[in-house]
Design a binder for this molecule. Sequence first.
Ligand code: C2O
Ligand code: CU
Ligand code: CU
Length: 491
Amino acid sequence: MNKNIKWYLVIAVSVILLIVYSGYLFTDIGRGLGGNDIRTEEPLNNDEKESSKKLPIPPLLEDKNPEEGKAEFDLKVQYGKTEFIPGYETNTLGYNGDYLGPIIKVNKGDDVKINIDNALDEPTTVHWHGLIVPAEMDGGPHQVIDPNTTWQPYFTIDQPAATLWYHPHLLHKTGEQVYKGLAGLLYIEDEDSKELNIPKEHGINDIPLVIQDKRFTDNGDISYNLNTRDLMNGFLGDTVLINGAINPELDIKNEVIRFRLLNGSNARSYEFNFSDRREFYQIASDGGFLKESIEMDRVFLAPAERAEILVDFSDYSVGDKITFRDANYNLMTINIVEESNKNIDIPKELVEIIDYDLDEVVRTREFIMSGMGPMVTINGKQMNMDRIDERLNLGELEEWIITNDSAGMGGMGMMNSIPHPFHVHAVQFRVIERNGEIPPLNERGWKDTVMVDNGGEVRILVKFSKKGLFMYHCHILEHEDSGMMGQFLVE
Ligand code: C2O
Ligand code: CU
Ligand code: CU
C-alpha cells in the first residue's frame, strides 16, 4: 500500500474515534448536548414509582378582610416534612404547610395586603410571578425577608383574570428554595372569568396542576446537589410530581374539566397530552385568557409557563381511565367515577385582547442569551444588583428581540441545544414573532415567559405600567442563579 494512503487512513480512523469518544463525553456531562434536545432526554421513573395517592388539591387561602374590594392574606414560610414515597419522610419547605403553598385568589381591582412571616433560618423573598406591581412589592432579590421577620407588601390588582404564581427569588438561592417546595398559585378573577361558561368549582372541575420534577436519594430525600450537568442544562429530576404527588389519581365526572397547568420545575419542559391523544382546548396562557379557545392535542410548557385547558370527558363512562402524560410518560390517572348532569359547550370566543400598534414602538432592544453552565449571560453580562442594565420609560411601547446564542462550541453540532425560557417581571407582553414566523396561536395572548430555542429569535412587545427596578432572566433556575439575569429601571 502506498505510504501516503496509509497515513491518511490512520488519521481518518483517529478522527472518527475522537468524534465518537467526545460524543460519549458530552453525553455524560449533559445528555442532550450532543445535538438532542434536553427536553426529551432522561427517562423518568414515573411508570415504576406507582403510588395510588389521590391528587392533592392546594386549598384556597382565606381572605381575612371581609370588605368588598379588599383582601388580606397571611403566609408563613416554613420547614416541613412530606411523604412523597410511602414510608419515607422528606425534608421540604412550604407556605403555611409542609410543601408548596395555598392558592391566593383575588379579584381585579382589589386592594391586597399580604403578611409574610419567614420562619426559616435563612433569608428568602416572595415574588409574584406575572403580577404587575411596583418594584418594591415585586418580591425580587431586593426585597429580602430575613429570618423571623415579616414582609408586608400591598398592591392593587391591575390586570385581567389569570393564573399566576409566587415563589422565592433570593439571589443565587432561588433554585434550591423553589426545589424544596416553595411555590404557590395566585388566581386573578374578573368579569370575564366569572361570566365565561367554563368550569369554576375549585378542586372539582377547576383543577390546579403544579408540575415539578425531583431527584430522590435512596432514603427518600430530595437532594439539590448540582453536578456539572445540572449546571449546564439546569436541574432535571428523575421523577415528576403533580401537586407534590407521584402518579396521583384524580376522580372526576364525565364532563368538561378545566386544568390550570403550571410548570413549576427548575429546568424541565413538558409536552403535556392525554393517553388517547384526546383533543382539548387551551383557553389561557401565562397572563390570562386567549381571544379564542384553541384546539390542540398537546401543550408545551417551559419552566414558569402556565396554560389553562378545557378537556371534554363527556364521551367517557363511569369506570373509564385516561392518563395525563408528558411525551410518553404517565403523570396522572384520571378516573371517571360519576355520571355528570352538566353539559357545557366549550366557548369559542373568550375575551377581547387589543393588539399593540407596531407604529407605536418607540425603541427596539436586543437581549442575547449565551454562554454555558455557570458562564451563562444576557448581553454578555451576569447579574449585578448594583448595575442597571436597561432604562425605560413608563407607558412606552418597546420591541424586545431575544436571541439564544448558547452554541458555545458549535462545529460538530455539539453543545448546541440549550433552550432558555426568558421571563420579564412587571409586565404581560405579546409575542409577535418566533424564529421569523408569526407565533403559534396559543402564544398570541398575554405572556410573561417565552421559550427561546437555541439559535432562535423571539420578538415581543412590552409596555410597562409600574415604576421601579425589575428583572429579566432565564427561568431555568440554575441559569438564573448562575447570573443569567439583568435589571431594568422603569421611570
Ligand atoms: Cu418566576 Cu423572576 O421569576
Ligand atoms: Cu417573575
Ligand atoms: Cu437558561
